[in-house]
Design a protein around this ligand. Structure first.
Ligand SMILES: C[C@@H]1O[C@H](OP(=O)(O)OP(=O)(O)OC[C@H]2O[C@@H](n3cnc4c(=O)[nH]c(N)nc43)[C@H](O)[C@@H]2O)[C@@H](O)[C@H](O)[C@@H]1O
Length: 385
């Protein structure tokens, strides 16, 4: 942890942070169309910001209230949750708390015996029109004044909404917080706008490591791996896994994704080129059934046995769409080799999980290429301790 943080960012050492000992709260919200796996990254930015604060002048003063998971655009099953899901549905919250001071939204309400969270200032973050003014990217923000914003969570009440143009690293938000030092709860809308303080360093990985999946999801994935894929160890040699992102990717990013035949061929090429002695493929995908069956047929014709996770009605009810996606990610994470989809955050999270498990680079950082044209391989983000 960076103990000099306070000295570098003088704002943390000024302000009136030390006047009272009340625990203060930070909340955030993300642009509604963003999916689950980008949201996981946004969480990390805030969690790291708070974890750093634990070691400096704002020591133990701030807690992050976790935003409940509303139904997401990508969650299609008929059993949509009737109310937002807490983080414990997906993650081991005690593990999250081992890294950063976080609290579930419903637990906050319960502990404070309140019906809602009172937010003193909601800062609606907005991008600058030109991030490279005068040819340079400068960290900065500009308070634009009061504005209107609809908070999707009806259990949040806001006293004042302020729009702020913002660009830069997340810790710069402390400056905004310091501008109203009496506030006890502050919220940021468009939490995806601030960048990581530093991406891929030891603190990043410590945070990532704390994002342990909830026990029921791990159990379901483990059961599938042992029962179906006959794998009893954490690094399986019996199957190759793929994340085959379709839907909007297949429609609007055709220059980055392969055809069905191209997909089957690339899987076969990787198995042969890396001398993997296996003939089982696990597919994680958001593809329609019809397209999935086409891929299955192509792979069968090449001699592969194809697996994908088909939850029962009861499992859909229990885990929900978001949980099922995580079960698939866990199964992909343990495979002998993995091939992902270019620029999909769903794929990135699997790659990170494989880094934490200790797989060799060449088994993890592979992507599907278009049938024709250029194909740059994914950036390699190595686990750092
Ligand atoms: C271009 C952007 O891409 C972003 O997607 P991308 O990074 O792949 O990844 P995510 O942000 O997670 O969003 C994709 C969502 O689609 C579902 N999904 C995708 N692949 C699978 C899969 O293999 N299995 C299962 N069960 N579900 C899958 C899942 O709900 C996931 O959270 C989107 O969030 C943005 O809205 C935008 O479309």
């Amino acid at each position: 942890f960076d103990d000099n943080f306070c000295d570098k960012d003088k704002v943390l050492c000024h302000g009136n942070f030390e006047i009272d000992n009340t625990i203060k709260h930070i909340l955030y919200d993300v642009n509604p169309p963003e999916g689950f796996n980008l949201r996981r990254d946004v969480y990390m930015r805030f969690a790291i910001m708070l974890a750093k604060a634990k070691t400096n002048y704002v020591k133990n003063k701030y807690r992050l209230i976790l935003p409940p998971w509303n139904n997401m655009y990508h969650w299609r099953s008929s059993t949509k949750a009737s109310k937002p899901l807490p983080w414990r549905h997906f993650f081991d919250v005690t593990a999250l708390q081992s890294f950063a001071p976080v609290v579930e939204f419903d637990e906050y309400l319960e502990n404070t015996k309140s019906d809602y969270v009172q937010v003193d200032h909601l800062y609606v973050l907005q991008n600058f029109e030109n991030p490279f003014e005068n040819g340079v990217f400068e960290e900065k923000y500009k308070v634009m004044g009061n504005c209107v914003y609809n908070v999707s969570n009806d259990k949040i009440k806001v006293k004042e909404v302020i729009c702020v143009k913002f660009q830069g690293k997340i810790s710069k938000l402390w400056e905004l917080i310091a501008s109203n030092p009496k506030d006890t709860s502050v919220m940021f809308a468009h939490g995806e706008i601030p960048l990581h303080d530093s991406y891929g360093d030891a603190l990043y990985w410590a945070c990532r490591k704390s994002m342990v999946f909830s026990e029921p999801l791990v159990e379901a994935a483990t059961k599938y791996m042992t029962d179906k894929l006959k794998c009893f160890v954490k690094m399986c040699t019996s199957y190759i896994s793929i994340h085959w992102r379709r839907q909007d990717f297949a429609r609007s990013r055709s220059k980055d994704v392969p055809s069905v035949t191209g997909t089957a061929k690339q899987i076969d090429d990787i198995v042969r080129n890396t001398n993997l002695d296996l003939n089982e493929v696990f597919i994680a995908t958001d593809a329609d059934q019809s397209e999935l069956i086409l891929l299955k047929t192509e792979l069968k014709n090449l001699g592969y046995v194809v697996y994908y996770y088909t939850p029962t009605a009861d499992e859909i009810q229990r885990y929900k769409d978001g949980g099922i996606a995580i079960i698939e990610q866990i199964i992909c994470s343990h495979a002998a080799t993995f091939i992902g989809t270019h620029e999909s955050t769903f794929t990135y999270r699997i790659q990170e999980e494989r880094e934490l498990l200790g797989f060799l680079t060449y088994t993890t950082f592979n992507r599907f290429c278009p049938d024709k044209g250029e194909c740059e391989q994914p950036s390699v983000w190595k686990f750092v301790e």
